[in-house]
Ligand binder design. Structure first.
Ligand code: G6P
Length: 615
């Protein structure tokens, strides 16, 4: 979390940094700030609140410089406030820093510095980096950064400038992402590629414990022994357009609408000559007697869907773990286990830790990642990419859909290798998956009913989501989407569990979104729906079952007239194993329109961030 950017070059750094921060705001938006090199001091403008607040403040300053750094914050240590905003400058006003990560030993370092009379201005862990740097500084910023790297514990991606070195911007990292952009007019540091894409498509990916020294016309890389290192300059192949709203009111809606293409592209990556197909080919499934899937948030929910698909197709037992739990549980995995890590960003701290834990135990690791060149993509044994393009809205939509596709196709290939499915069945299932983009497009063309229902649900205090089997798995994601962006309390339950407690929460007009695509369990889930309706609830049924239309008239007073306590969003028919890919479209749209009707900041929900690079 937190976004950092820096620039040194021929142009004025201020507008470049502000534009870069706009692309990084998804990483945190508790406060924002900028520091530029001035003749006698650094000019620093920073404040609590969104970037728009910073822009207002900047309007009152005539800031200009060839070099500067900027930051957008997701608070960890110290409340969101002006003083806790980055950049942080040391008390001699000599060194200024932006930081993404957590300095775990900051308290000890701070106490040591305070004993030497250094006064701290903020409550952040990050300020210690600037203060310590000033304390270490011996006339060489590179030496200082090397010294810092040995003293700091925890995770960090930093940009740093020193008043005595007017031409030098340094970046260094451990366990948090940083890229270096190279353009004709200057050099950049940034947390993520979209921040530099207006100016350049040429980037270096900085690795852990590497240092980049940027000057107007050059970038040099060093290791912690101060030895120069060679790195490969990469060309970004996706366009800047994909990081723009393209006429939609929110990135989230744009990204929902992109899903037919994203799903099609991801399916294509498993065609015979596709990159993902080639990776899977190398996987020797006969080696494994167990599959464990780990991820956080929606990525975890994709894992829960996958458990049903893998177990059904591969007849193997699959465990799904929250990465934050897996990393500390001394998991029972060994070289006979395939551990699958799912992560859009490839930078989630808990998922990275789960990957390292699995590797340390000798397990084979496979990741499903969206961001090319991310930490997980680099460290994992096998990496399958979701072809979703950059996802900007904090609440994931298209990357989740792409994860499902990769998981279906992975399960199918493993089932084929294990001879659990015949070639004919394999082909027929692949055809079902290939049909998904058109069916998703069909839902997207008929969003009126969802919009209407969402507008009527704005006042709900709590909304429950129920389903059985794989419908339960996707109910988890539907519920998460809703609470993330609409701030309405929500839980998902397996239909059969309602009677064990949750039923006590059902009141007059409580909304229960009921997902009913599993044909063999249709009657069962409808009987759960009936139970909540008879206790006063309203049910929104999301189903592709031909019975569903009839069911709408069967409840309540027993008449055949539609019951106003039961509404239906009809989905196209599909093999039930892949039905989550259709249910989720309706669920995303429902959440989106509830939040839109409430007038909320959908792309940047309060207290959240897209890329959670801290524990
Ligand atoms: C954050 C995002 C979620 C995402 C989760 C895991 O909480 O807001 O949308 O599912 O992180 O992120 P990852 O990048 O690992 O998929």
């Amino acid at each position: 979390m937190c976004g950092i950017i820096g620039y040194v070059g021929d142009r004025n750094a201020v507008p470049i940094i502000v534009e870069g921060l706009k692309k990084l705001e998804y990483r945190g938006y508790d406060s924002a700030g900028i520091a530029v090199y001035g003749a006698d001091s650094f000019d620093i403008v920073k404040c609590k609140g969104r970037l728009s607040e910073l822009e207002k403040q900047l309007a009152g300053h005539s800031l200009a410089s060839h070099m500067g750094i900027g930051h957008t914050r997701w608070a960890t240590h110290g409340e969101p406030s002006d003083v806790n905003s980055h950049p942080h400058v040391g008390s001699q006003n000599k060194i200024v820093v932006v930081h993404n990560g957590i300095i775990e030993n900051y308290q000890q370092l701070k106490e040591r510095l305070e004993h030497r009379g250094i006064e701290f201005a903020s409550q952040t862990d990050s300020e210690v980096i600037a203060q310590l740097a000033e304390y270490y500084y011996n006339g060489d910023l590179l030496d200082t950064v090397i010294h810092l790297s040995t003293a700091l514990e925890g995770s960090y991606a930093c940009g740093i400038m020193c008043l005595d070195e007017p031409d030098t911007l340094i970046a260094f990292r451990k366990d948090n992402p940083l890229i270096i952009g190279v353009s004709e007019h200057g050099q950049f540091i940034a947390s993520d590629v979209p921040a530099v894409l207006t100016d350049t498509d040429k980037v270096y990916y900085l690795d852990d414990k590497e240092i980049a020294m940027l000057r107007k016309d050059s970038v040099q890389f060093f290791n912690l022994d101060k030895e120069p290192i060679e790195k490969t300059l990469e060309t970004i192949t996706w366009s800047f357009d994909s990081a723009e709203k393209g006429g939609y009111p929110h990135f989230m809606l744009k990204e929902i609408m992109e899903q037919p293409k994203v799903v099609r592209d991801t399916v294509q990556s498993f065609a015979d000559d596709g990159e993902n197909a080639r990776i899977i080919e190398k996987l020797d499934i006969a080696n494994f007697d167990k599959v464990v899937i780990a991820g956080c948030g929606s990525a975890y929910n994709a894992g829960v869907v996958a458990k049903y698909v893998f177990e059904q197709l591969c007849r193997m037992s699959v465990e799904v773990e929250l990465a934050s739990e897996f990393r500390y549980k001394d998991a029972i995995v060994d070289e006979k286990t395939l551990v699958i890590l799912i992560s859009q960003s490839g930078e989630t701290a808990d998922t990275i830790a789960a990957l390292r834990e699995a590797k340390s135990k000798g397990a084979a690791t496979l990741a499903i990642v969206n961001v090319v060149g991310s930490t997980i993509a680099k460290e994992v044994d096998f990496c399958l990419y979701t072809i979703a393009g950059p996802e900007i809205a904090v609440a994931t939509t298209k990357a989740f859909s792409a994860q499902l596709i990769v998981l279906y196709l992975l399960a199918l290939e493993l089932a084929t290798k294990r001879e659990n499915v015949t070639d004919e069945v394999r082909q027929s299932l692949r055809d079902d998956i290939a049909a998904l983009p058109d069916k998703i497009a069909e839902i997207l063309e008929h969003i009126g009913a969802i919009q209407k229902y969402a507008s009527e649900s704005v006042g709900s205090k709590s909304i429950f989501f129920i389903g059985r089997n794989i419908d339960y798995a996707i109910a988890l994601e539907g519920s998460l989407k809703l609470k993330e962006i609409s701030y309405i309390h929500s839980e998902a339950y397996a239909g059969g569990e309602l009677k064990h407690g949750t039923m006590a929460l059902i009141e007059e007009d409580t909304l229960v979104v009921t997902i009913a695509n599993c044909a063999s369990l249709y009657r069962k889930i409808m009987s759960n729906a009936e139970q909540v309706i008879s206790r006063g609830a309203k049910v929104l049924l999301i189903s592709n079952n031909p019975e569903a239309k009839k069911s709408v008239g069967e409840f309540g007073d027993g008449s055949s007239e539609p019951d106003d306590r039961l509404s239906l969003i009809s989905l196209p028919e599909i093999n039930e194993l892949f039905s989550p890919s259709l249910s989720i479209i309706a669920l995303q749209l429902f959440s989106y329109y509830v939040a839109a009707n409430k007038g909320l900041d959908i792309d940047k929900p309060r207290n959240l961030a897209k890329s959670v690079t801290v524990e």
